[in-house]
Design a protein around this ligand. Structure first.
Ligand SMILES: *[C@@H]1O[C@H](CO)[C@@H](O)[C@H](O)[C@H]1NC(C)=O
Ligand SMILES: *[C@@H]1O[C@H](CO)[C@@H](O)[C@H](O)[C@H]1NC(C)=O
Ligand SMILES: *[C@@H]1O[C@H](CO)[C@@H](O)[C@H](O)[C@H]1NC(C)=O
Ligand SMILES: *[C@@H]1O[C@H](CO)[C@@H](O)[C@H](O)[C@H]1NC(C)=O
Length: 291
């Protein structure tokens, strides 16, 4: 390799014109980048200054968050997140204990009633959002009470029905900030007409295929009308209690996999299987097993 001899190397730098050029170049870049970063931080701070830390700017129709809720269910296992299968051996606690603890964990937040109030009559979370910017003093979120589920056989004593082979499944709408359910318009769908009440989001569950419909048995809805809309809209607030409803499968046929679909009904809930909106699917499998 042809190395440049040291003296010659320094000779290049000792050239005055060359040194001047380098200095100019360095000077240019220092000024350029200083201005660039100044502009960047100026706009960043302007943008951050307009952000609201509690209500996102882009929610609702036409945004990534959207305005059409999906449905979630419990028990959903954190260590098996892709599974939608609830599978257990009748009367064998070890086969369903993980579902029971998942539900228990999910429901634990409702036992914390700090920063909540007992909403009765026409009181609802709507007042909080309406008064948001008007008053410094915010009303606490409405408290969601689990008593009705306990009374109707979805409680810890009976392992949320699993101990009686009548599993309880929790259903809820995915939280969309600012979303408010509207009343059903026109004729009430036949499948919920005997349970629907004004001011509620009513749910309906059924077997997906004909054979599932035959195997699914009686389904109990707790409460029968579904979710009281007083807990909407959702806004970021301390200790928000997300409203839920439960379905209890009272006489599932054993040893067959049962595909279940549950739909929620309100004026502005759409049912879309492809995008999983307004409905949820899961499977239940009670199997007598020798393992
Ligand atoms: C709620 O009901 C009370 C009376 O019970 C009434 O004074 C109040 O105006 C009502 N509020 C709304 C928002 O309807
Ligand atoms: C709310 O208050 C009513 C009557 O004041 C009571 O019957 C009900 O149990 C209370 N609910 C909760 C969740 O504390
Ligand atoms: C729990 O559910 C069982 C089964 O339906 C019922 O007998 C019992 O009274 C319930 N327990 C409570 C504390 O509500
Ligand atoms: C209850 O919720 C509040 C938030 O509103 C929280 O600060 C508090 O630590 C919670 N208490 C318990 C026992 O988790």
């Amino acid at each position: 390799i042809d190395l440049v001899p040291m003296p010659q190397f320094f000779e290049v730098f000792s050239n005055k014109i060359f040194t001047l050029r380098i200095a100019k170049l360095i000077g240019f870049y220092v000024v350029f980048y200083t201005c660039l970063s100044a502009i960047f931080f100026l706009f960043l701070s302007l943008y951050l200054g307009t952000l609201d830390y509690e209500i996102p700017r882009f929610y609702g129709k036409g945004t990534v968050i959207g305005n059409k809720p999906g449905i979630g269910y419990q028990p959903w296992l954190i260590d098996d997140p892709d599974s939608t299968l609830i599978k257990f051996i009748p009367n064998k606690r070890s086969s369903y204990a993980h579902y029971v603890s998942a539900i228990k964990e999910y429901l634990a937040k409702y036992e914390n009633t700090t920063n909540t109030r007992n909403c009765t009559g026409n009181e609802s979370n709507l007042e909080i959002v309406r008064d948001w910017k008007l008053t410094e003093e915010r009303k606490p979120a409405c408290r969601f009470d689990l008593k009705i589920f306990k009374d109707f056989g979805c409680n810890e004593t009976n392992d949320f029905g699993f101990a009686e082979n009548k599993p309880c499944v929790v259903l809820s709408l995915n939280r969309l900030i600012g979303w408010m359910p509207t009343e059903l318009e026109g004729e009430i769908p036949k499948e919920i007409s005997d349970r629907y009440q004004k001011g509620f989001i009513t749910f309906n569950c059924y077997g997906v295929h004909d054979w599932d419909k035959k195997n699914i048995g009686e389904i109990e809805y707790i409460p029968s009308a579904g979710i009281d809309i007083r807990f909407y809209p959702y806004a970021v607030m301390p200790n928000y209690h997300q409203p839920i409803t439960m379905v209890k499968f009272n006489n599932l046929i054993k040893n067959v996999l049962i595909k279940v679909e549950c739909r929620a009904y309100a004026g502005n809930i759409v049912h879309d299987i492809i995008n999983r909106l307004g409905l949820v699917r899961f499977e239940i499998f009670l199997h007598d097993s020798i393992e």
